[in-house]
Design a protein around this ligand. Structure first.
Ligand code: URA
Length: 433
């Protein structure tokens, strides 16, 4: 077996066998197969695709390339959740506590922000003292005691994915459904939960811009899960516009808290309840409607908020900022952007809002940038809202006047005001299971 023949086979649209995939992946992780040959193969995969059997074999080999988290010491149903990434997506802070409050377990390893999309770990670290780098034993203890734990993914989980992702990033080979599916599912298989619910985002602010692509990605990941005996389901949710009103780390945690306390924006509550119900359903807790009612009750009773408080305290976080979110450290500068015409908000572009947040300091401009946890945006108007000239559209928060000026300029391109109300937007397009 050699790389030249394997690349040639894929270039002509052939199906790679499991032993060929092992040869590549294991060889790459061992440093025996060079970057340039793997890059050529990745490009051939982008152009030629992969069958489900090939994608599943690749996923399993990638999952086995690093540590496997053993969660067997935790009793009960352990359900993971994964979002393919969006803007203002703070559902994990609502959904995981709901699942815990309903008697199931929600252990979750998360990542940091990527490009214009935010990351759960950056948001958690806006809570003073919150430790995201627990050892495996500490992680298990927190899940046992609190029903949930949120920690940073280690570099040794699905080691091959870390190497491949970095190579894809610089060889224009990120946007391939089999490569995205195997990347996500390899980490989920290695994380040790019993099942996973995937939130596949669709629209301007998502990796998948069309519903067709998103459905194909969801179907591929669900099929991998089935073949690997790992129950997997997906919801397809809208990411044309940001979810909720807050974009930026502590601003998003504060908004999630408001939902857990029975308030908060409708779109965020709707998507969070659907995801929580989907996770409870995967845990065998009944039909979707019944699980949805239990999730609503976990918010109404305060049990879900209590679960978030318990986990935060167990991971060293200062719960004072959750009891009163005004206690979060505040940004030094702010500016409110106002409308210059009457009409309706006909476009609010999630990607442009996400890019604005990065310019404000809420995300990273380079690999080594430090994040300002207080920076970000509060949207005062959402898609389809009626607008009058002079009305506040959004408030931007940052550390410096330069950041505010750059953010304000970028934000101007994020929205449009038109004369007529646009068509309503679907929040949830459907499920794949
Ligand atoms: N998220 C991942 O983990 N991997 C991808 O390839 C894309 C999004």
């Amino acid at each position: 077996m050699n790389m030249y023949d394997i690349i040639t086979k894929k270039k002509h649209g052939g199906e790679l066998a499991a032993d060929e995939l092992s040869y590549i992946i294991d060889g790459y992780v061992a440093g025996e197969v060079p970057d340039y040959q793997v890059a050529a193969l990745l490009m051939a995969i982008c152009l030629r695709g992969m069958t489900i059997a090939e994608t599943t074999a690749l996923t399993k080999i990638m999952a086995a390339s690093g540590d496997h988290v053993d969660l067997s010491a935790i009793a009960g149903h352990k359900i993971d959740k994964h979002s393919t990434g969006g803007v203002g997506d703070k559902t994990t802070f609502i959904v995981s506590p709901i699942v815990a409050a309903c008697g199931c377990k929600a252990p979750k390893m998360s990542g940091r922000g990527l490009g214009h999309t935010g990351g759960t770990i950056d948001k958690l670290e806006s809570i003073p003292g919150f430790r995201t780098n627990l050892s495996q034993d500490e992680f298990i203890t927190v899940v046992k005691e609190c029903g949930l734990s949120l920690i940073a993914q280690t570099g040794t989980l699905a080691r091959a994915d870390k190497l491949l992702y970095a190579l894809r990033d610089v060889t224009a080979t990120v946007d391939s459904i089999p490569l995205i599916a195997s990347s996500i599912m390899s980490k989920k298989l290695a994380s040790g939960a019993d099942a996973v619910l995937l939130d596949v985002k669709v629209g301007r602010g998502a990796f998948m811009k069309t519903l067709e692509e998103a459905r194909e990605l969801a179907e591929t990941m669900v099929a991998i899960g089935k073949t690997a005996n790992f129950p997997t389901a997906a919801l397809l949710t809208n990411m044309d516009a940001p979810l909720g009103n807050a974009v930026g780390n502590s601003l998003e945690v504060a908004e999630a808290v408001s939902v857990l306390r029975g308030a908060g924006p409708d779109d965020l509550r709707t998507v969070s309840l659907a995801l929580a119900a989907g996770m409870l359903q995967l845990a065998g807790q009944g039909a979707f409607e019944e699980c949805h009612a239990r999730a609503e009750n976990a918010i109404r009773s305060g049990a879900a908020f209590e679960a978030l408080l318990r986990m935060t305290a167990a991971q060293g976080g200062d719960t004072a900022v959750l009891h009163d979110t005004a206690n979060f450290p505040q940004a030094r500068m702010q500016r409110t952007i106002t409308a210059d015409a009457d009409g309706y908000l006909t476009r609010l572009d999630a990607e442009a809002v996400g890019r604005t947040a990065v310019l404000l300091g809420a995300g990273r401009m380079t690999k080594d940038s430090t994040i300002n946890h207080a920076a970000g945006i509060i949207l005062h108007k959402k898609y389809r809202d009626a607008i009058t000239a002079g009305a506040p559209l959004a408030t931007l928060y940052a550390e410096s006047e330069e950041q505010i000026a750059a953010g304000a300029e970028r934000f101007r391109a994020a929205f449009e005001i038109g004369a007529a109300a646009p068509a309503p937007m679907k929040l949830i397009y459907g499920a794949v299971d």
